[in-house]
Write a protein of this length. Structure first.
Length: 234
């Protein structure tokens, strides 16, 4: 049995280019689908956020249009409320107790995890010590806070994927954003590889598994489970 740490956004607002704020949070599918896959495999999950605040769900991720129907939307709403209601503070986490780390997306991580020192410290250590790390959609914003002792990005040179500029454009968000995730990751030295917009796409580089968009959540969870199994976690 593995212990998996979910590093989740605590932001409920996303600051736009014009200084206004738009409601955000974690994207339900990206958190709930892996949570259910990991628990079904018998693994234990701890949820952590900046300051230990309850992670807010992005209401847009709970619409029937976003989820493929009212029944799925209702399930995601119920699961999101139950599974992530009792987080701990990232500052209190000791990674010694965890076998893997997972970071779901939503625009929230661009607001807080991209600059959160505690999150960055944990992700850099997970990478350094070879713990499997799964990150999806806008979750790779958290990688921006993971630095080396020399001040560079700990993930520089790694092949990853993330929510793409093309997807932001198609979703109508590109012109609104203060910065685009794909651009910022590339500037930090990560090798961003994108697939077709909104189609499942996962990239694995050593112990780091990244998914491009919400549709990649189930595939990413399966790949992370393979890494855990290969490590013979019991």
């Amino acid at each position: 049995m593995a212990n998996i740490l979910f590093v989740m956004t605590g932001a409920d607002r996303w600051t736009l280019a014009d200084g206004t704020q738009h409601p955000t949070g974690f994207w339900a599918e990206e958190a709930v689908v892996p949570f259910e896959a990991f628990t079904a495999a018998g693994h234990q999950i701890t949820v952590a956020t900046p300051g230990g605040v309850v992670p807010p769900v992005d209401e847009a991720s709970l619409s029937p249009e976003a989820t493929g129907g009212a029944e799925t939307a209702a399930h995601l709403r119920e699961a999101a409320a139950a599974d992530f209601a009792d987080p701990v503070a990232l500052a209190d986490i000791d990674l010694d107790g965890f076998d893997a780390v997972y970071v779901p997306g939503g625009h929230g991580p661009m607001e807080d995890l991209a600059s959160d020192a505690d999150s960055g410290r944990l992700l850099a250590r997970a990478l350094r010590e070879g713990r499997p790390l799964g990150v999806v959609c806008h979750g790779p914003a958290a990688l921006l806070a993971a630095t080396t002792d020399e001040g560079g990005n700990a993930f520089a040179g790694y092949r990853i994927t993330a929510f793409s500029n093309a997807e932001e454009e198609l979703a109508g968000n590109a012109a609104k954003a203060r910065w685009l995730l794909q651009d910022r990751l590339t500037e930090a030295g990560l090798k961003v590889e994108t697939g077709e917009p909104f189609a499942p796409h996962v990239v694995t580089d050593r112990t780091v598994v990244t998914g491009q968009n919400p549709a990649s959540s189930a595939l990413l969870a399966a790949e992370l489970l393979k890494l855990l199994a290969a490590g013979s976690v019991s």
